[in-house]
Design a protein around this ligand. Structure first.
Ligand code: SR1
Ligand code: MG
Length: 401
């Protein structure tokens, strides 16, 4: 048993050397800490002679993005590794393989994905990923269906809910997504140029009601085992492969929260095209690609989820067509509402996105921020009335007209 302490690069090498069957005991290894997220250390260990490599991910006992003043449970490393193993059993090609998890060190040893890029970076560079919609729709359909009361034994599911109680990480989401952006909170990071638009949000009672309804769903609706933080920084991608990483926020929550997270991050990039595209035609083309991807994801997800349900549904009472229709419409509405919340928090909340923040042209950045707020708030306000995914797309299209 090892006592918890944050690893140095040299300690990461020493640990990797002890892993059976990975590296020869006397081989030369290199180590680089490459973590650029908000919470953890990530060591890339490689053996130059053979080209073999692995990742050691270690949770820190505080939120790295803020510092030691924000303590954070190490149990999130267990949640992450156990979630990855469940997801691997459902869609093995869409998540990294976990070689080992060591509780006392809050350490997970996993497959190295350095031949992929973080999707947020790929989108900022203007790349297109033709297989992404298929991959993420399959990931969402399988992970959400088979961990819910529709697709697994309902008593075992209750045990799973217990296994994935994740109060500290959920609290971050409850505050940073569903509370702080709607008031003048210390955690916010309000860009001076858009203060007027942010203050409008702080005073918008109609909006606050819709956010309260969505927050209630996040607090109480233990529907499926969610990834819990499914933004484009949690996706490694290349032309022919997609890998979903980092499920440390996993817990039993409303399915629409994960689907909405994917849509929100595509829409944040859509807003950021104000500054990234070379000219109007390129901007319209790339925005068309992003909206087409959202539409394709919803359509493939919807088809796959319903077909899993019809073939493998475990609950006779929930099997009827009309119940499935009702359920999918509610899921669409949740998805649209959560997508809106996930956009708004990234504009003036604590943790923002590179798509917008890396824009060098201040005027373009301001236009992108205002657009993201406009689309996000419209999605939140519309969500309980939505009938079709086209309404989400229309909101995005109207916002740039
Ligand atoms: C204090 S953690 C801030 C954000 O980083 C994570 O990726 C989550 O999105 C969280 O809200
Ligand atoms: Mg993360």
């Amino acid at each position: 048993m090892s006592t918890y302490h944050a690893f140095t690069e040299a300690e990461a090498i020493a640990y990797a050397r002890r892993m059976p069957d990975l590296f020869a005991p006397d081989s030369e290894l290199t180590s680089r800490e490459i973590g650029d997220g908000n919470l953890n250390l990530v060591f890339h260990i490689s053996e130059p002679a053979t080209g073999k490599s692995i990742i050691l991910k270690q949770a820190l006992p505080y939120a790295k993005v803020v510092g030691e003043s924000w303590p954070l449970t190490l149990d999130r490393a267990r949640i992450e590794s156990e979630t990855l193993m469940i997801q691997e059993s459902l869609c093995p090609d869409l998540v990294p393989h976990v070689f080992a998890y060591e509780k006392d060190l809050a350490l997970t040893v996993m497959q190295d994905l350095s031949d992929h890029v973080i999707m947020r970076k790929g989108l900022i560079e203007g790349n297109r990923y033709p297989l992404f919609a298929q991959h993420i729709a399959r990931f969402l359909a399988n992970t959400l269906f088979y961990t819910s009361d529709l697709g697994m034994n309902q008593q075992e599911k209750k045990e799973r809910v217990k296994q994935f109680i994740n109060p500290e990480l959920c609290k971050i989401t409850e505050d940073l997504i569903f509370d702080d952006p709607y008031r003048d909170a210390d955690t916010n990071n309000v860009p001076a140029a858009i203060r007027d638009a942010v203050e409008t949000i702080w005073n918008d009672r109609e909006l606050h009601l819709e956010v309260a309804i969505l927050r209630n769903g996040f607090l109480t609706h233990a529907e499926a085992l969610l990834h819990g933080d499914l933004h484009t920084g949690s996706i490694f991608i290349k032309e022919d492969s997609t890998k979903v990483i980092d499920p440390e926020f996993a817990y039993y929550g409303p399915m629409g929260f994960d689907i909405g997270a994917v849509f929100a991050n595509l829409l944040l990039n859509y807003a950021a095209q104000e500054g990234w595209s070379r000219d109007e035609q390129a901007r319209a083309d790339y925005r068309g690609y992003l909206l087409g991807t959202i539409k394709e994801i919803w359509s493939l997800f919807h088809g796959e989820f319903r077909s899993l349900w019809s073939l493998y549904g475990v609950d006779r009472v929930q099997q009827s067509e009309s119940y499935q229709d009702w359920y999918m419409q509610r899921l669409l509405r949740d998805t649209i509402g959560y997508a809106g919340c996930k956009m708004v928090r990234r504009v003036h909340g604590l943790a923002q996105v590179a798509d917008i923040n890396q824009l060098q042209d201040e005027a373009a950045k301001e236009r992108a921020q205002r657009l993201a707020l406009q689309i996000g708030t419209s999605l939140i306000k519309h969500h309980r009335h939505a009938q079709s995914i086209d309404e989400l797309l229309d909101i995005a299209i109207q916002a740039v007209k």
